[in-house]
Design a protein around this ligand. Structure first.
Ligand SMILES: NC(=O)C1=CN([C@@H]2O[C@H](COP(=O)(O)OP(=O)(O)OC[C@H]3O[C@@H](n4cnc5c(N)ncnc54)[C@H](O)[C@@H]3O)[C@@H](O)[C@H]2O)C=CC1
Ligand SMILES: O=C(O)C1=NCCCC1
Length: 312
């Protein structure tokens, strides 16, 4: 029995976590989740508590990935910050347990895990649902998720053009200057998404920023922000016209303002598409509404811990 957990700091986690290790494992766990086989995966919808005085929320995300022997819980705090604030909008810590005894084997910084696994899952959705010929990628938002999405999409796909928009244009310019490839900075969302094949929404907005009338029929949208039942990133037209995929039906029904307030019907979980039990309608306009799942964090935490141990 390991009585003293190891602590893995943000730089250690970031060094050990790689998209090419992560993606096949995330695909496997999303598929298992969608089978609803509690002998393989147990993951309740996270509990989220408002931190009223500070305009924030604290979420508890436990998961038991039995087929991999992973018992894990992430605690994530997220805040509505003034744009341009130097304070972080998200903080996260991951606890990895020994499933046999319940002792904590490792405590690790959860921010890089959150950035990378969210982007990796959006990339999985784009692999399945984006138009067969996808030339133009757009990123709406220019924060941490914008960067991780840019990184994994550049690793996995060959877009001819990448565009970025941010509410404050200087932030979009900073983003474009911070990455290695060429990124076009746009001044409006309409201009950014015009003719685009893949659109990633990674903003802290609680009102729609992306409107269906601007989206090319057949495009794929990975919608990552708006994780509260009264928050939106997408308008009713887009939610009505698109085929809606989610990470978890249960979470979408209680957490996604885009789904709840538009009344849109969920077509499938991404895990169902991976299992072959629901089709990938990539010729239609598709939205993947991502909310984030404890099983995704669990897979990352185990990967990081195993790599760390093998280096000791
Ligand atoms: N689906 C998932 O699994 C996860 C979702 N998220 C969500 O993704 C979103 C982005 O997260 P981060 O990049 O870490 O945040 P960040 O704070 O690093 O960046 C947020 C971006 O949103 C922009 N923004 C802020 N208010 C806006 C508004 N009213 N309209 C348009 N843009 C606005 C900012 O300029 C910035 O570019 C957040 O909503 C966060 O809660 C975060 C982690 C996981
Ligand atoms: O899954 C997560 O982690 C988060 N989801 C939405 C809000 C911030 C963190």
């Amino acid at each position: 029995l390991n009585r003293f957990p190891v602590f893995l700091s943000d730089d250690v986690v970031a060094r050990l976590l790689r998209y090419d290790d992560l993606i096949p494992r995330l695909e496997a766990v999303l598929g298992k989740f969608s089978l609803r086989d509690s002998a393989a995966v147990v993951q309740p919808v996270r509990s989220v508590m408002p931190v009223v005085d500070h305009n924030g929320f604290l979420g508890l995300m436990p998961a038991y990935v039995a087929y991999e022997g992973i018992l894990c819980a992430k605690v994530v705090a997220f805040y509505s910050r003034e744009e341009g604030s130097s304070l972080p909008s998200t903080q996260a810590t991951v606890l990895l347990f020994d499933p046999e005894f319940g002792n904590v084997a490792a405590v690790m910084d959860g921010l890089d895990i959150t950035h990378k696994r969210t982007a990796a899952v959006s990339a999985i959705s784009a692999k399945l649902l984006s138009p067969a010929q996808s030339d133009v990628l757009c990123i709406l938002g220019s924060g941490h998720q914008a960067l991780s999405h840019y990184e994994v999409f550049m690793q996995l796909f060959s877009f001819k053009e990448v565009r970025v928009w941010s509410r404050r244009m200087e932030m979009a310019k900073q983003f474009a200057a911070s990455v290695q490839g060429s990124v076009t900075v746009c001044s409006s969302v309409k201009e950014t998404v015009d003719g685009a094949d893949v659109i990633v929404t990674v903003t802290n907005s609680s009102e729609p920023v992306l409107f269906g009338e601007w989206v090319k029929p057949g495009a794929h949208v990975a919608a990552v922000g708006a994780c509260r039942p009264n928050w939106r990133e997408l308008d009713d037209v887009l939610m009505r016209d698109a085929v809606i995929y989610v990470d978890s039906r249960e979470a979408a029904a209680v957490e996604s303002g885009d789904i709840i307030l538009s009344g849109a019907k969920v077509f499938a979980e991404i895990g169902e598409v991976l299992n072959g039990t629901s089709p990938a309608l990539r010729e239609k306009t598709t939205v993947f509404k991502s909310l984030g799942m404890g099983i995704q964090d669990a897979i990352c935490a185990k990967l990081v811990f195993d790599k760390w141990k093998s280096n000791q």
